[in-house]
Ligand binder design. Sequence first.
Ligand code: HEC
Length: 192
Amino acid sequence: MKKLAFTLSIAATVSLMAVEAPADKNAVAREGLGYIKQLGKELKGNLKKYLKQDPTGLQAAYFCSKSAQDLTKKVNAKFPEGVVVRRTALKLRNPENKVDATDIKVMKEMDAAIKAGSFQKKPVVVETDGKTRVYVPLLTQKACLKCHGPVEKIDPKVAELIKKKYPQDQATGFKEGDLRGVIVAEIPAKKD
Ligand code: HEC
């Protein structure tokens, strides 16, 4: 029994090491954070502006549904070749914000840490397919609940808009502090 516990603790350490940035990866992590901030700033700035103009969330929901994808493309067009910044989640609203196995693994670890009370809000760096990925967690804040909270608390007009545009929406029922999703930057290995 003792031996099993020891093996498990090694396994846990190894899996954590895989997602933590070794010293020489710090520069790439910083680069990724820079890209992530650019997308985050654009989306959040607009979201805040529209939520202020119309506290029901309808204008903001209209903005997100109409412009989030275009804005993401516009911001990506400014990055160096091969660099991609995108948003994704375990429970998706827009299926275009595709999730892959690495995304799922990282988000499940974040989710488990939140539930265990051991979560630290910091980027996670992963090497995969010759690329470095930098993940920044997006936690559900009070303002997010207008469109991602329990369905019965969402303004009926906002709910209607969301249902119409995203018939397969899974991104409701969140509460403050839940992991809503991530922003991830993918940076190709530099050619020397
Ligand atoms: C006014 C409504 C509204 C508010 C408020 C809102 N969102 Fe969203 N959110 C949306 C819509 C609409 C989409 C789908 C956008 C698209 O088509 O890509 C979305 C998509 C997302 C996605 C992309 C993954 C997916 O499910 O498609 C993430 C991550 C996300 N929201 C996080 C947040 C966070 C975190 C907050 C609070 C800071 C927030 N949202 C507040 C409406 C909203």
